[in-house]
Design a protein around this ligand. Structure first.
Ligand code: ADP
Ligand code: ADP
Length: 239
C-alpha cells in the first residue's frame, strides 16, 4: 500500500467556499513530492486536511492503509506525532535554545513545556544533536532560537520535525520567507535529510523552478483541483 492515499478529497469551508475539489493522489514511501500552485490554490488546505488540523468534507485520506479522516481527538493527536509539520514562519519557541526546540519535536503537542523538558535523557539529546547535524546546525545548538537568522530558524524547525521520527513530513511554503539562494540550500538540506531517513515528504512551494530542481514528482494545483501529477522534467511552463 502507498504510505499516503488521498482519494476524491474535497473541502468546503464553513462559508461555502470550495477550496479542494476531487483531489486524488498517492505518495509512496520515501518519495519527495512538491505541490505547486499560486497563492489561494488550496495547497495549505490540502496539508491541513492530511494532518487532521481541519476536517475534510468528502473523500478519504489513508496513511499506511488506515483511514485518517474520521479519527477522534485523541487519535488525531497520536496521528500528528507521526506527521512532522514545517511552517513558513518556523514556529520555534523563541526563548528556548535550538537544541531544546528540537527536543520538543519528540512530543508533538505540549502543555507544560518546562515539565516536559525534564523528561529528556541523554539518548534524546544525542538524537536531537544528530538531527541538528543533518541540517548543519550543530554549531548553533545552544543559541536561543530568538537569536538565529531566518534560514537557521528553518533549519532548526526541520531538525525538530526529523527528531519526531515521522512517517510523513509536510512542509507548507518552508522557504517562502527566505531569499532565493538560502531557499535552495535549506531545500537541499530538507531533501537530503528526508531521503537519507526515508521519510515521505510533501512540500508546498510556489516557485516552480525550486520545485523542479528538488522534487521526485510534482503535483500542480489550481483552484482546488489537480492539474498535473508527474515528473518535474515533463512539466510544461504553461501550468
Ligand atoms: P494556498 O495554500 O495554495 O495559498 P489555501 O489552502 O491557503 O491556498 O487557500 C485556498 C482557498 O481557500 C483560498 O481562496 C482561501 O482564501 C480559502 N480559505 C482558506 N482558509 C479558509 C477559511 N478558513 N474559510 C474560508 N476560506 C478559506
Ligand atoms: P499551541 O499548542 O499553543 O497551538 P504549538 O507550538 O503546539 O502551540 O503550535 C503552534 C501552531 O502550530 C498551532 O497553530 C498548532 O495548531 C500548529 N501545529 C503544531 N504542531 C503541528 C503539527 N504537527 N501539524 C500541524 N499544525 C501544528
Amino acid at each position: 500500500v502507498a504510505l499516503l492515499e488521498v482519494n476524491s478529497l474535497s473541502k468546503v469551508y464553513p462559508n461555502g467556499y470550495e477550496a479542494l475539489a476531487d483531489v486524488s493522489f498517492n505518495l509512496q514511501a520515501g518519495e519527495f513530492v512538491c505541490i505547486i500552485g499560486r497563492s489561494g490554490a488550496g495547497k495549505s488546505t490540502l496539508l491541513r486536511c492530511i494532518n487532521g488540523l481541519i476536517s475534510t468534507t468528502t473523500g478519504i485520506v489513508r496513511m499506511q492503509g488506515r483511514d485518517i479522516t474520521s479519527l477522534n481527538d485523541e487519535q488525531k493527536l497520536l496521528l500528528r506525532r507521526q506527521i512532522g509539520f514545517i511552517f513558513q514562519e518556523f514556529n520555534l519557541v523563541g526563548r528556548l535554545t535550538a537544541l531544546q526546540n528540537v527536543l520538543t519535536g519528540r512530543l508533538g503537542y505540549m502543555n507544560n513545556l518546562s515539565a516536559l523538558l525534564g523528561y529528556f535523557n541523554a539518548n534524546h539529546r544525542e538524537k536531537a544533536l544528530e538531527c541538528l547535524g543533518r541540517v548543519h546546525m550543530l554549531q548553533r545548538a545552544t543559541y536561543r532560537a530568538d537569536n538565529l537568522s531566518g534560514g537557521e530558524k528553518q533549519r532548526v524547525a526541520i531538525a525538530r520535525s526529523l527528531a519526531q521520527e515521522p512517517l510523513l513530513l509536510l512542509a507548507d511554503e518552508p522557504v517562502a520567507s527566505l531569499d532565493p539562494e538560502l531557499s535552495w540550500s535549506v531545500m537541499g538540506d530538507l531533501r537530503n535529510a528526508a531521503k537519507e531517513l526515508g521519510v515521505s515528504t510533501l512540500v508546498n512551494i510556489h516557485d516552480i523552478e525550486t520545485a523542479k530542481h528538488f522534487a521526485d514528482r510534482i503535483i500542480g494545483i489550481a483552484q482546488g483541483r489537480i492539474l498535473y501529477d508527474g515528473l518535474p522534467g515533463e512539466l510544461s511552463d504553461g501550468l
